[in-house]
Design a protein around this ligand. Sequence first.
Ligand SMILES: NC(=O)c1ccc[n+]([C@@H]2O[C@H](COP(=O)([O-])OP(=O)(O)OC[C@H]3O[C@@H](n4cnc5c(N)ncnc54)[C@H](OP(=O)(O)O)[C@@H]3O)[C@@H](O)[C@H]2O)c1
Length: 303
Amino acid sequence: MSNVNRKTTVLIVGATGYIGKAVVAEAVRQGHDVIAVTRSRQNDRWFEGAEVVLADVSDPASMETAFSRKVDVVISCLATRSGLPKDFDDIDYKATLNVLDVAQKHGTGKFILLSAICVRKPELPLQLAKLKMEDALMRSGIDYTIVRPTAYFWVFDSQTKMIAKGKPAYVVGGGEQSRHNPISREDLAGFMVGSIGNSERSNRIFVLGGPEVPGNIITYRDALSMVFASLGREPKIVNIPTWLFIALLRIVGFVGLFSRRVGRFSGFLNVVHYYLVNDMRAPGYGSMTLQQHLMDTTRDTQS
Ligand SMILES: NC(=O)c1ccc[n+]([C@@H]2O[C@H](COP(=O)([O-])OP(=O)(O)OC[C@H]3O[C@@H](n4cnc5c(N)ncnc54)[C@H](OP(=O)(O)O)[C@@H]3O)[C@@H](O)[C@H]2O)c1
């Protein structure tokens, strides 16, 4: 049978994640033959038009089943949800590497990896695991595109839900220590899927943010003010002194050595602190600004 008109088959791991779902939907929208690898059955709207295959990304034999037909491109949006150092190594590095190994064994030609802007200044286990994976991918010989995005909008979506219930927002030390140009998941998914068959994106790393317009180059405090404005509420922002946050970070870090639950919280606080004090500006891409996103989502929740 001729393959002349065969669609590009794209296999996506981490397909149930915040970004992964958008990547699945975008790959279908761009006309690809999409295999979404998950660890539980999925039937929500994000998976319409995709084949869902259950497999364990950490197990080579299990991943083999997902490659039962020819896969042209793999997109990895895998990321641990726990925030524990060992889990970063197990998922963001080892499981992702396992998927790469199986893909290469089956002759897949391209691997697109979702990484993070923060690997530029590695301090946390998350970043070290991601850097190891980036390095393994670049050495593997497969054609690759590595995408290192800035912050996503979901951070502010969870704030919106709390503020809509009348709760205040919290900032550490004024919340103006760093600036970001966050990117929407639709724009990020568009870039990642758009890297398929694009020779200018071949064997390259892209650091990527959302549109670089005044309303989208923002401090954390700016973003919270936008959330209040989109809900038509007076800003109610509580300042947590930096010294108190650092003290909490140390206490939780110590207790977290003995408790998995506190360890997860400690990992989360460390990421919050890192993003608070480090600028996350990146070349702009896409069209959706945080302000527009908040207006749209607020309209949806209030209608
Ligand atoms: N948040 C930000 O602002 C930001 C900014 C830049 C970069 N990033 C990076 O972007 C990446 C993806 O973020 P996201 O928000 O889309 O992640 P997410 O929503 O937490 O999704 C993680 C994905 O990995 C899968 N996964 C996790 N552990 C697994 C396991 N043990 N076995 C199989 N699958 C597993 C999850 O599957 P299940 O649904 O089955 O759990 C899910 O599909 C992260 O690496 C993050 O560091 C985030």
